[in-house]
Ligand binder design. Structure first.
Ligand SMILES: [Zn+2]
Ligand SMILES: [Zn+2]
Length: 308
């Protein structure tokens, strides 16, 4: 039924920096941004350049429906390729928009996340000051073990920290569980598990596998319907190329497959495509991954997956 819909749409699937052009036209050149629709809840993961086109779509919908824009925005971390589209996300400039924004603790610089996010959206790096962003924004830092609960009762998003008791929830609540991985320089990375009406989706971008696999992530992803996992490298690029990329915080397709298999997820989506991989290179990697894990696909810009 439409009100039970649980969809994932990819607006940006590239790591590092945008790579437009004819050789990336099939899978897309925008940096990371995913949109999740779960019943009446609207969730956006990351603000890479993909969020710009998502914002345009939201404004087109607003022009038709005139319904205020509301969304929960989750930021996995603060690297450029995950925030660089945010200043150009037009709905933040409008009075009729309300955003709950959750992002990581900045462990190295110790700057509060709220201050950091507002800082990157104003002069001298951007022409518009935050005083000209007329949307209402609640910006909060979150961390490992926290849970967000989104309900259809008009209440704001509930933010529970680890150990806090979560009261019984109605069937149509959307639950977002938060986990932190240390395997991405230098602040680590937030993983999100989004659950709605018995279905679940895990986002695990910008993460590097361990020897004997990432057991914490495997546990976190257990039995998920969809796991979206970093797969920036082919195996020869990771440790045996002229440039050794071990320790850079990204995975090979095999690391992603190993997590998916051990966690018994139904479908694996490879993302954070390397800017140096064209469509052909991505499909060669996919073919290798599918030998080991057949229900595996590549994240593709403007494609929607339905969780049934
Ligand atoms: Zn990235
Ligand atoms: Zn990163």
């Amino acid at each position: 039924m439409a009100q039970d819909k649980f969809n994932l749409t990819f607006w940006g699937v590239r790591g590092g920096y945008p790579t437009p052009g004819p050789t990336t036209i099939k899978y897309g050149g925008n940096t990371t941004c995913f949109e999740i629709e779960a019943g009446r809840q609207h969730i956006i993961v990351d603000g890479g350049t993909g969020i710009i086109n998502l914002g345009r779509k939201m404004m087109r919908e607003f022009a038709v429906t005139q319904e205020p824009i509301r969304a929960t925005i989750l930021l996995t971390h603060t690297h450029h390729d995950h925030i660089q589209g945010f200043p150009f996300f037009v709905p933040t400039r409008h009075y009729h928009s309300y955003f709950d924004i959750f992002g990581p603790e900045l462990l190295v610089t110790k700057e509060p996340f709220e201050e950091f996010l507002e800082r990157v959206m104003q002069p001298p790096v951007f022409p518009i000051g935050t005083e000209e962003l007329y949307s209402t924004r609640r910006i909060e830092q979150t961390k490992h073990g926290s849970t967000l609960v989104l309900q259809n009762n008009g209440q704001p998003v509930q933010h529970y920290s680890v150990g806090q008791i979560i009261p019984p929830l109605p069937d149509d609540a959307v639950i977002i569980r938060i986990n932190h991985g240390y395997n991405h320089p230098k602040d680590g990375i937030l993983f999100f598990r989004i659950e709605y009406k018995g279905r679940s989706l895990v986002i695990a971008t910008d993460t590097e596998g361990y020897v004997d696999d990432d057991q914490k992530l495997i546990k976190f992803s257990e039995n998920a319907d969809i796991l979206v996992h970093d797969a920036e490298y082919d195996e020869h690029e990771y440790g045996r190329d002229t440039v050794v990329r071990q320790g850079w915080g990204h995975s090979t397709w095999r690391m992603a497959v190993n997590v998916a298999r051990a966690a018994h997820v139904k479908q694996l989506v490879l993302t954070h495509h390397s800017p140096s991989h064209d469509d052909e290179a991505l499909e060669k990697m996919l073919a290798k991954a599918q030998v080991v894990f057949p229900n595996c696909i590549l994240a593709q810009e403007e494609c929607t997956l339905e969780l049934l």
